[in-house]
Design a protein. Structure first.
Length: 172
């Protein structure tokens, strides 16, 4: 999930980068200060922590026949002891975290940030009037951008989740 951290922070930051072109490099932030704090503290880290705790990569349940009490169960446990340490070989051989995978996730963050910003900019370009007759301002644009970003990065996390629990659904 280290790659997911790079992804979500890249998508979060690249929106601010693209916004600098729209605001003529004035230094104006698109995000409120509380958005920046809560992004990594609650909105994206809480579902990730629940996923990390509840995720089951391997189904460890061993089915044993009731009539063959000890012999079959012991053989299956010995087989499990031989098979499961092989899952760690991928990490030892750098197959899970390497340069290619890192740049793939970073590029996905760049692309998703660009798509979110472009979509929101197109929606707000025509300045839809609200009930009072006023056009939308930077605050509404910021909330809309932030909401879209949270949804996209949480959906990305959900797409890589295998074990769905009630707690994970609530945090998403």
């Amino acid at each position: 999930m280290i790659l997911y951290f790079f992804y979500k922070n890249m998508a979060f930051t690249v929106i601010q980068f693209y916004y600098s072109f729209v605001c003529a490099y004035s230094g104006q932030s698109i995000y409120d200060d509380s958005y920046i704090v809560f992004f990594n503290l609650i909105f994206t880290s809480l579902p990730l922590m629940v996923r990390a705790i509840m995720e089951k990569d391997v189904y460890y349940m061993v089915q044993a026949n009731k009539y063959e009490k000890g012999e079959r169960l012991m053989k299956e446990v010995e087989i499990l002891k031989k098979i499961y340490p092989k899952f760690y070989y991928k990490g030892q051989q750098n197959k899970l975290f390497n340069r290619v995978r890192y740049f793939n996730w970073v590029m996905q963050g760049l692309c998703h940030g660009a798509i979110i910003f472009g979509f929101c900019l197109i929606v707000f370009y025509y300045s839809i009037l609200n009930i009072g007759g006023y056009t939308n301002d930077i605050w509404v644009f910021s909330v809309y951008l932030y909401s879209c970003l949270i949804m996209v990065v949480d959906i990305k996390l959900a797409s890589y989740t295998q074990s769905w629990t009630i707690l994970f659904i609530v945090t998403i």
